[in-house]
Write a protein that binds this ligand. Structure first.
Ligand SMILES: [Zn+2]
Length: 334
């Protein structure tokens, strides 16, 4: 038997950690937090077991729970008390994210990243101002194939929103609307207002994905009509992702995010190879919900599959991971 090469030699318990290529740390994880201005008490999110929408009054307590697990960063999403056609509550000084950010940064050491988008703030649920001439019908079910967001008008709203978050104390802003030119516009506005030290984590390659379903329960951001395929990416495209990411890099993005994560690990790996900036991946609500659903049926082990999922995202090249598993995995790792 001539077997010179036996990879099994390095799989013995005492050596496998020494040769392990990838590790997962609580410091790699970002926990999404939903702050809801419409509620006075915590509301469980049915399709995302273990997650809640919390009132502004509870935002500090919620973030303290995250910090106790060893996770040091949170991503804030807001559900405003009211919505309108252009999403004006997104940049209100007394808006839900602004208020929560002020409290969290005053009372905790958490690194606060804020979602910069308009879909939670517009009554139609799209990620920006709609093009002139497009109106909602009474049934809200207008199927107009040309329906889309007015790109350049939306840039103005994103500028104001990002600056209002920075003014409230946000450590980093994360534009997620896939508006062309959003990173450059936000960088310009932040710098003009004296926030040149606030980094931008751009949702550089965000796909129009069916895996976002449960998030829409959580953030109340489902479009009332149409879909987001005019501004989010076609799941069929990989080269286009490199183009999207390159544009954001040229506009000054500090961190490059790919969303979703597991069905797009090839994109995570491509971005890692092609660019020097840190790469983030968003392990989205559907990726979380499907493991929970299978575990509930006894078909999968939740802890093991969650951990393996996050490890694979890191192995593909992500430096940081936004995940609903953040707290559970961080506790396991301790
Ligand atoms: Zn959006």
């Amino acid at each position: 038997m001539d077997l010179t090469h036996r990879p099994r030699r390095l799989r013995e318990d005492r050596v496998r950690e020494l040769v392990s290529e990838t590790s997962l740390e609580p410091a790699d994880l970002i926990a999404p937090v939903f702050v809801d201005a419409t509620t006075g008490e915590r509301q469980p999110i049915e399709s995302m077991p273990g997650h809640e929408r919390v009132p502004i009054e509870d935002s500090v307590a919620r973030v303290e729970e995250v910090l106790e697990t060893g996770v040091e960063a949170v991503m804030l999403f807001g559900i405003p008390e009211s919505k309108d056609a252009t999403g004006t509550r997104a940049w209100a000084e007394d808006g839900v994210v602004q208020e929560a950010t002020r409290r969290i940064t005053a009372e905790t050491d958490a690194y606060v990243i804020t979602d910069v988008c308009l879909c939670e703030y517009t009554e139609h649920g799209h990620c920006g101002t709609l093009e002139p001439g497009i109106r909602e019908t009474e049934t809200g079910s207008r199927e107009d194939p040309s329906l889309t967001v007015d790109n350049d008008a939306t840039l103005e709203s994103l500028r104001k929103t990002a600056v209002s978050h920075a003014a409230a104390g946000a450590d980093m802003v994360a534009p997620s609307s896939m508006t062309d030119g959003m990173v450059g516009a936000i960088r310009d506005e932040l710098d003009g207002e004296g926030f040149d030290d606030v980094p931008i984590m751009s949702y550089a390659a965000k796909y129009e994905s069916a895996f976002y379903g449960p998030f829409r329960d959580a953030a109340d951001g489902a479009p009332a009509f149409g879909d987001r395929r005019h501004y989010q990416m076609d799941p069929a495209n990989a080269r286009e992702a490199m183009r999207e990411v390159r544009l954001d890099v040229e506009q000054g993005a500090d961190v490059l995010l790919v969303k979703p994560a597991l069905p797009y690990l090839d994109i995570v790996a491509d971005v890692r190879r092609e660019f020097e900036q840190p790469v983030a991946a968003y392990n989205v609500s559907g990726e979380y919900a499907m493991l929970h659903a299978a575990a509930e049926k006894g078909w999968l082990d939740l802890e093991e599959t969650a951990r393996e999922s996050l490890l694979s995202i890191k192995r593909a090249g992500a430096d940081l991971i936004l995940t609903y598993f953040a707290e559970d995995i961080a506790e396991q790792l301790r």
